[in-house]
Design a protein around this ligand. Structure first.
Ligand SMILES: Cc1cc2nc3c(=O)[nH]c(=O)nc-3n(C[C@H](O)[C@H](O)[C@H](O)COP(=O)(O)OP(=O)(O)OC[C@H]3O[C@@H](n4cnc5c(N)ncnc54)[C@H](O)[C@@H]3O)c2cc1C
Length: 413
């Protein structure tokens, strides 16, 4: 392989990612059209879209774009088009992929690895049939593979008990934290204002919101406000969202592949998910030498994003290792290189929330990524900006506040 500057950097050279937006206080003067609170993937894309629509935007985060405890702060996130019958998410993922690729092409370090995605299943099931139907309609180049074909193409996986798979060659892995940082840096370079500040919770009252109070005691005025605060949304709007967004504790583990063994790199191993009779495990190839990542997709216990313990649990580690060693025999006994505790911010069924506050007509709520939101950031940002600027008249029912239940019953996978 020819080593270009880009591949050398991607290979793990200790080059600084010159993408971190400079933290500053919000400027005291200057009219702003919109303040976006939260510089995770949803807030960053919303701010960028509003800026591209000609709005003067202030983007605020209490810590930093894609910081360690934000849901967007992980190393990597899968992007894929398979969503069963939930075509709305297939469309958004496909539309977003073009934006991610374009952003990655503008970035010094890669933000997207086109590793492909392989979902595999114990037998033909409705999810597979519906995904294929949607993909054919949208002309996605997804392939249906039987067990023998999968075993030939991906011999590092033990497909025992697996009958069928969906291979999506165009999708792959997004470098999550880096992508958010790059996007915010682009927003700032284009004249957007980014500030490190905490909006003091809660946002109470009714009627148009004129100013928000910062924890520092300052206030910030704007015509409109977007709150894209991920798992912190229930803290800002406890009455409205306290029982509608459920942050859960999720653990991910990275293991070192065998030395000199290239079978676990992104050129050979795709991003994958094992549907495993509904008890999904998923993982990533060894991206940029950070390790083979594996996680259990089941919702963990409730977590407070500020106070929650971020130490990985021995039980979850043992579970991840046991799964990995069964499906990826060459990873048997390989050492753990890293572990992280993050949180999903789930709606009751997994649908996003992108809707106006029912009592605050100039406040847009954007969140409930529900463990699958990252890939959709570009489409969510576009959708939110269109709602806020009036280009889109009404919220899609699935994203409306009215459809957000109070009992967890996950339906979107
Ligand atoms: C382990 C794990 C694996 C995942 N895997 C995938 C995957 O493979 N593919 C996929 O598409 N998605 C995945 N997701 C889901 C995806 O990462 C999230 O849906 C998405 O990152 C949510 O982004 P967000 O912008 O809504 O929230 P966040 O990234 O949490 O951003 C919210 C921001 O708001 C800021 N904030 C909060 N309160 C305040 C305040 N009062 N004042 C100022 N700022 C404030 C926070 O500091 C934070 O930066 C995964 C999530 C996790 C945890």
């Amino acid at each position: 392989m020819a080593v270009t500057r880009r591949t050398a950097l991607a290979g793990g050279a200790a080059a600084a990612v010159a993408t971190t937006a400079r933290p500053a206080r919000p400027r005291a003067s200057g009219a702003r059209d919109v303040v976006v609170v939260g510089a995770g993937v949803f807030g960053a894309w919303t701010a960028r879209r509003l800026q591209q629509a000609g709005r003067r935007v202030l983007l605020i985060d209490a810590w930093a774009p894609g910081h360690a405890r934000a849901s967007s702060g992980g190393e990597s996130r899968l992007t894929r088009g398979s969503y069963g019958a939930d075509e709305v998410y297939t469309r958004m993922a496909w539309e977003s992929l073009a934006d991610w690729r374009a952003l990655s092409a503008r970035s010094e370090l890669p933000l997207f690895h086109r590793a492909g995605i392989l979902f595999f299943f114990p037998q033909m099931e409705d999810y597979v049939a519906k995904s294929v139907e949607v993909h054919r309609r949208l002309k996605l180049p997804t392939q249906v593979l039987d067990r023998a074909a999968m075993a030939r193409r991906f011999p590092q996986i033990d497909f025992d008990g697996v009958e069928i798979g969906l291979h999506e060659p165009e999708f792959g892995a997004l470098m999550a934290r880096r992508a958010v940082q790059t996007l915010v840096a682009e927003f700032v370079a284009a004249g957007g204002e980014y500030a490190q500040a905490q909006v003091a919770p809660p946002i109470a009252g009714s009627g148009p919101l004129r100013t928000i109070a910062l924890a520092s005691g300052e206030t910030v005025a704007a015509s409109r406000f977007v709150f894209a605060c991920g798992p912190w949304l229930p803290k800002l709007f406890p009455d409205l969202l306290g029982r509608r967004i459920f942050p859960t504790r999720q653990e991910v583990f990275f293991f070192a592949p065998p030395p000199g063994d290239a079978r676990f790199g992104p050129g050979r191993l795709p991003g994958w998910a094992d549907f495993n009779q509904g008890d999904i495990f998923y993982g990533f190839p060894d991206l940029e030498g950070r390790g083979f990542k594996v996680a259990h997709d089941a919702h963990g216990p409730p977590i407070d994003p500020d106070a929650g313990d971020r130490s990985p649990s021995p039980a979850a580690l043992a579970e991840a290792r046991a799964y990995m060693e069964r499906r990826f025999p060459a990873m048997h006994g390989r050492p753990l290189s890293e572990a992280r505790v993050c949180q999903y911010e789930n709606s009751a069924n997994g649908d996003f929330l992108i809707d106006f506050h029912p009592e605050r007509p100039n406040v847009l709520l954007v969140g409930a990524g529900s463990g699958h939101g990252f890939k959709h950031g570009p489409a969510v940002g576009r959708y939110a900006a269109e709602l806020l600027t009036g280009v889109r008249r009404a919220a899609e029912p699935r994203f409306s506040l009215a459809t957000k239940g109070e009992v967890q019953n996950r339906a979107v996978h």
